[in-house]
Design a binder for this molecule. Structure first.
Ligand SMILES: Cc1ncc(COP(=O)(O)O)c(C=O)c1O
Length: 391
């Protein structure tokens, strides 16, 4: 029995596994057990920002493992503090709570909102949103495909139409506690919040004083060419959630708050056994240094622009295939006029890993170490695939 057959026998039936058995990774590449090398623009769903087997992450993790791997949050450790200080600095927030995952950061943020505003006030998210899989995060996730069969959801949460200024204007009032927003939606198909929507949001916040929770789990940590994607607007969130890339491949997430929200939780209100694990923080510190201080965010910005321009050229060449190119930096969506899964399969044949989301959007999340040559390799092969589709 091969591992794919064994997987079917042993695991709950929740994932459609990619039928490649990976041996190891190096930089932007994954290598399968037969030695075949793939350009990894799937990037562990946005996690492996420094690519695979980054020597500094290996060194930091090894050092930490030899000292201690876990103490519990009854202790404070230097590595947690160093990591926290850096993430606070680059997010522009005031205080932090460390978690294991993105979903867990969203759940904690939701608790802060409920505690501050009480049970009656309304909480909003946007249509097409994705915030995670546990009940609070799942309720904030708008699309029914994630929720069907798991009702009832949490009460008091509803959805404003994405980028719909009239809808947000009509729905938000003095009874509003908070709105959760991914400034670039990931799972929803790489949808960018418009400047006009952000302006209206700011105007309504001034008027009603509700909280803005920016979900930066996928679109944060330098991927879009700025520290967090809300930095593209004149927006100062009250709470920010972060995860995925910040642990360098180990489980790590964060809730960051402004000063105003820093004292809502008091001892005993919230906690986690593994959140802020010292080994994850050691890896995470390297990630933050490389991205924010050693030029990788700038790389995502510069090469992201190049990538985008080249894709726009392809769109002109293939107007019947490519509907729209969206995103910022290294968070790119290529919306096709048809289901994107066959294109993802064809890319795989060409030794490129990417992902299809929202049926017809090819989602590209290149590691932030990606070079122009890697992008050109993608572009050449994607062009070849589009030519083949014409035949
Ligand atoms: C925007 C966003 N929020 C929350 C989550 C949930 O994070 P996790 O899978 O780490 O629990 C995800 C995961 O894809 C995400 O993209």
């Amino acid at each position: 029995m091969n591992i794919f057959e064994k997987e079917k026998q042993l695991f709950l039936n929740t994932y459609r596994r990619i039928p490649i058995e990976i041996s190891h990774g190096k930089g932007v590449h994954l290598i399968d057990v037969k030695g075949k090398k793939y350009l990894d623009f799937f990037c562990g769903l946005g996690v492996n920002a420094l690519g695979h087997s980054h020597p500094r992450i290996i060194e930091a993790v090894t050092n930490q493992v030899t000292r201690f791997m876990h103490l519990s949050n009854n202790y404070i450790t230097a590595i947690q503090v160093e990591f926290a200080e850096m993430l606070i600095k680059h997010s522009g927030m005031s205080k932090i709570f460390l978690t294991n995952s993105g979903t867990e950061a969203i759940e904690g943020a939701l608790k802060i909102i409920r505690k501050k505003f009480g049970p009656e006030k309304k909480i909003f998210a946007l249509t097409n949103s994705f915030h995670g899989r546990t009940y609070g995060a799942l309720t904030l996730t708008e699309r029914n495909k994630y929720k069907a069969g798991f009702e009832p959801m949490l009460p008091g949460i509803s959805y404003i139409n994405f980028n719909d200024i009239e809808d947000i204007n009509n729905r938000i009032d003095k009874e509003t506690a908070a709105i959760f927003i991914e400034f670039i939606q990931g799972e929803g198909g790489i949808n960018v919040v418009s400047d006009e929507f952000a302006e209206k949001l700011n105007e309504l916040r001034k008027k009603f004083g509700f909280a803005l929770v920016a979900d930066g789990i996928q679109c944060g940590c330098g991927r879009t060419g700025k520290p967090f994607s809300y930095n593209y607007y004149d927006i100062h969130p009250d709470i920010v959630t972060s995860a995925k890339a910040i642990g360098g491949g180990l489980p790590l997430g964060a809730i960051l708050t402004s000063e105003e929200y820093a004292n809502v939780l008091v001892p005993g209100n919230h906690g986690t056994t593994f959140g802020g694990n010292p080994v994850s923080c050691a890896a995470g510190k390297v990630v933050l240094e490389e991205i924010f201080e050693n030029g990788l965010m700038q790389n995502a910005l510069d090469l992201g622009r190049y990538f985008n321009r080249q894709l726009e050229e392809l769109k002109i060449l293939f107007p019947e295939d490519i509907k729209e190119i969206r995103g910022r930096g290294f968070m790119i969506g290529i919306e096709l006029f048809y289901d994107g899964n066959s294109t993802v399969d064809m890319l795989k044949e060409k030794q490129i890993l990417a992902n299809c989301t929202n049926q017809n959007v090819i989602r590209l999340l290149p590691p932030l170490i990606t070079t122009k040559e890697d992008i050109d390799f993608f572009l050449y092969n994607f062009h070849e695939i589009l030519k083949l589709k014409q035949l």
